[in-house]
Design a protein around this ligand. Sequence first.
Ligand code: ZN
Ligand code: ZN
Ligand code: ZN
Length: 299
Amino acid sequence: MVVDALSGREVIFAAGRAKRPGSSGALISPAELGEADTCPFCEGRESETPPELFALGGSPERAPDSPGWQVRVVPNLYPAFERQQVVIHSPAHARSLGELSDGQLALIVEAWAKIAEEAWSEGFDHLFVFVNEGDAAGASLPHSHSQTVWLEREPPQIVAEVSRLRREGCELCALLADLPPDLLLAKRKLDAGAVHLAVSPTGRAPYELLIAPSEHLGDAFGETEQLAAALALAADGIRRLYAVEGPTPLNLWLHNFQSDGHWHLELVPRLTHFSGSELGAGIYVNTLEPEEAAARLRG
Ligand SMILES: [Zn+2]
Ligand SMILES: [Zn+2]
Ligand SMILES: [Zn+2]
């Protein structure tokens, strides 16, 4: 049994199953005929979403809710939270972050930062950002998008991590410093430090990835260059997953800390199902050792 340094959750690696995680049939099914012809998130069908909050990448003359945008933000049509927005990642029909260019990913980050600024100005304490891809991961529409949720206090998983990720004695700084080189998949050097893409040494599911800046920084939405590099590395990780397993359902989210903490992205592929021990005991059984996962993703 191993303990995840960031969250404290317990993980048991039970390798030795011959079948690959993706062989259970959980992959994202191919696009249905005409999927893009009826997709409400594609450019040209702006009237099929609630009126946009803002869009990026268009010309200054563009009218709201008309074509000519690169990233478009609309309120969630079926919100579960008081304030919840959908960030549509591209004008053309793309089904995964892995299909998008670095420039497009940087615009998405710019949209998140703009939403965060508004949330702070209205007195909210936390902006939770996440991406679901595939039915098995809870995605409602196949067109690549993220959701942003405004919260009046930090959610439980952030609360669970914050005491471990303060500057003094930060567990993520320690994890990155001691990371076995085998688990590091890619690294992007920036003017200030670097951002890492690694297989989590304590992932709760096969191929779980951790993306984090090497430096202990402040609010992620104030460091869009680093966050854009992190999102580009997440897309790199997704492309590697697709090469090994095929179109993999997944959840990706940002753990950001308003006060003192070490922000990071967590990417959890959903090739296997969580069962009673995960949901009931909080003990995760992962059937793929991180070293084996990393070897396949590097290949
Ligand atoms: Zn579409
Ligand atoms: Zn740190
Ligand atoms: Zn985290």
